[in-house]
Design a protein around this ligand. Structure first.
Ligand SMILES: *[C@@H]1O[C@H](CO)[C@@H](O)[C@H](O)[C@H]1NC(C)=O
Ligand SMILES: *[C@@H]1O[C@H](CO)[C@@H](O)[C@H](O)[C@H]1NC(C)=O
Ligand SMILES: *[C@@H]1O[C@H](CO)[C@@H](O)[C@H](O)[C@H]1NC(C)=O
Ligand SMILES: *[C@@H]1O[C@H](CO)[C@@H](O)[C@H](O)[C@H]1NC(C)=O
Ligand SMILES: *[C@@H]1O[C@H](CO)[C@@H](O)[C@H](O)[C@H]1NC(C)=O
Ligand SMILES: *[C@@H]1O[C@H](CO)[C@@H](O)[C@H](O)[C@H]1NC(C)=O
Length: 463
């Protein structure tokens, strides 16, 4: 081999090893204690949030999290259906590998015995805990949220979840119905509470317990709203007067759209209030005043969700855990609010596949809080003057939820599993997604010793 060839080979090996070590570059050095992880997973939330530039939405607590985070503007789910999306990002494998495109199988039995994000943290000394909807319930997680493999303690589900689809929505006739639009008086509903409130309370109880634990924690909190039915405390409706609600800018089913690309939104047609509209199948349309009401209730559900996130993060702060906890905020996929004539997830349009994705990393995406300083004080969305908060840092690159797994692992300083061979059904631990850790190396932090080699590191090759 000529000298130039040797040099290139040598250079290649050096770069490969530098890149491999940076892949798992933790923001802090190895002498510091491991970082905890709080993973917040929201159900059916598209990026209708103040921090994603939505002027109508009141989401001050999520915006505040974004202001201390690195926010990905163009993040996409692998599939706009809950179970396949969750199984995909929690295992770090594509639906083609988990063999799950619907709700009807458990990957460990039907595809391969793939490890999960919480399982990997658990095997690396973390106490892993699940609250609310993290894995999709049912067969897709073996009716156990993948216990015992993923979790150190039994997953928690709010007791009031069982009323979500029952007749608890008071209609104009004064009777209770199983409606799509379901603003409620919380004092009036069974158990006097709602699932996401209970999940927040349980998550805070678990955070309090970690104070006495010698182990770092991985806490996943899965919120149910804004998934249908829109069952939320009715005061949130006031934030969105109907006259302020705009309609989808592109409400027509695109001409020539193949039927396979269209979903006739049967989920909402089953609700009593939608049934009463006698809509034609499959295209509708929905009367314009009811379209406004659906959008109003979706937005109100988001503001209600925002208050739960606010209470949770404020508690994390009060427990002085904001300096030692990575916070990832993500949704399983979006939802169409009339765009392309759709009122559902399921399609492959941007409104259903694009998701919010942001990471707060203490000392990295925001300065470490001083003793006693609060990064996440609770903000009341009903405050008449709300300061609009911009994201701390943003990435415009196209990224996918498949990256959640290697990114969280890398940010926590754990070894990032190798890329999967093809096929990889027989490999329990590998990753199909790219780690996003390189996006956390900021120019203005370049004197950080863990970043020094950045300029010599080639971008990762696509799969
Ligand atoms: C590691 O972190 C400690 C505490 O923050 C600091 O004092 C030390 O200088 C760091 N070491 C290196 C090699 O960066
Ligand atoms: C699947 O993985 C789990 C967790 O590593 C392990 O306990 C179990 O034995 C594995 N099952 C099979 C069939 O390999
Ligand atoms: C799924 O759950 C059943 C019932 O608890 C259990 O017997 C079975 O071993 C589980 N499957 C796997 C792959 O762990
Ligand atoms: C509704 O729109 C009006 C006119 O633009 C505006 O003054 C008002 O603040 C809006 N209300 C809310 C709750 O956003
Ligand atoms: C829907 O159909 C029922 C039964 O034909 C009728 O009583 C009702 O008035 C219709 N509702 C609307 C909104 O057209
Ligand atoms: C976080 O802050 C608290 C209170 O100021 C302090 O006791 C603790 O040591 C800090 N933890 C880390 C990892 O810096």
């Amino acid at each position: 081999m000529p000298p130039a060839g040797w040099c290139l080979l040598w250079l290649g090996l050096v770069l490969a090893s530098v890149c491999a070590s940076l892949e798992s570059a933790a923001p802090s050095n190895s002498t510091t204690a491991p970082l905890n992880v709080l993973l917040i997973i929201v159900d059916d939330l598209r990026p209708s949030l103040g921090c994603y530039g939505d002027k109508l939405l009141r989401s001050p607590n999520i915006d505040q999290l974004a202001s201390h985070s690195l926010l990905f503007q163009n993040a996409f789910a692998q599939q706009a259906v809950c179970a396949p999306s969750r199984v995909s990002f929690l295992t770090g494998r594509r639906p083609d590998t988990t063999r799950l495109y619907d709700f009807n199988s458990y990957w460990r039995v039907h595809a391969g015995n793939f490890s999960t994000i919480p399982q990997y943290f658990k095997e690396n000394g973390y106490v892993t805990m699940s609250v609310g909807k993290v894995f999709h319930p049912g067969i897709s997680s073996n009716y156990s949220d993948d216990s015992p493999y993923s979790w150190s303690i039994p997953p928690y589900h709010p007791s009031s979840e069982k009323y979500e689809n029952t007749k608890t929505c008071r209609g104009p006739d004064g009777e209770l119905h199983a409606n799509l639009l379901c603003p409620v008086d919380v004092a009036d509903v069974p158990e006097g509470t709602l699932p996401d409130k209970q999940s927040t309370e349980q998550a805070i109880r678990l955070l309090e317990k970690t104070k006495t634990s010698a182990h770092p924690f991985f806490l996943a909190v899965g919120y149910h709203k804004p998934h249908i039915p829109f069952r939320y405390p009715k005061e949130f409706q006031k934030l969105y007067p109907l006259e302020n609600i705009t309609l989808a800018p592109d409400p027509q089913v695109p001409a020539g759209l193949p039927p396979v690309a269209y979903n006739p939104w049967m989920d909402i047609r089953q609700r009593e209030d939608v049934q009463a509209l006698n809509l034609s199948v499959p295209y509708g349309p929905i009367p314009v005043d009811f379209q406004r009401k659906i959008r109003q209730s979706y937005f109100a559900s988001i503001s209600y969700l925002d208050t739960q996130v606010g209470h949770l993060l404020s508690a994390l702060d009060d427990l002085q855990l904001a300096n030692s906890t990575i916070i990832a905020f993500v949704s399983d996929h979006g939802w169409a609010l009339g765009e392309h004539g759709e009122w559902a997830k399921y399609s492959n349009f941007d409104v259903t596949t694009r998701v919010p994705l942001m990471f707060y990393v203490p000392g990295r995406t925001a300065p470490l809080p001083e003793a006693g300083e609060k990064l996440f004080p609770y903000i009341d969305p009903f405050d008449s003057v709300l300061e609009r908060m911009e994201p701390g840092r943003q990435v415009m690159d196209l990224v996918e939820l498949l990256s959640l797994s290697p990114t969280l692992v890398g940010l926590a300083g754990l070894h990032v599993p190798p890329r999967c061979p093809v096929p990889s059904f027989h490999v329990e631990l590998c990753r199909e997604g790219q780690s996003l850790v390189k996006h956390f190396r900021f120019q203005d932090l370049e004197d950080d010793p863990s970043l020094r080699e950045e300029s010599t590191c080639l971008p990762e090759l696509p799969l």
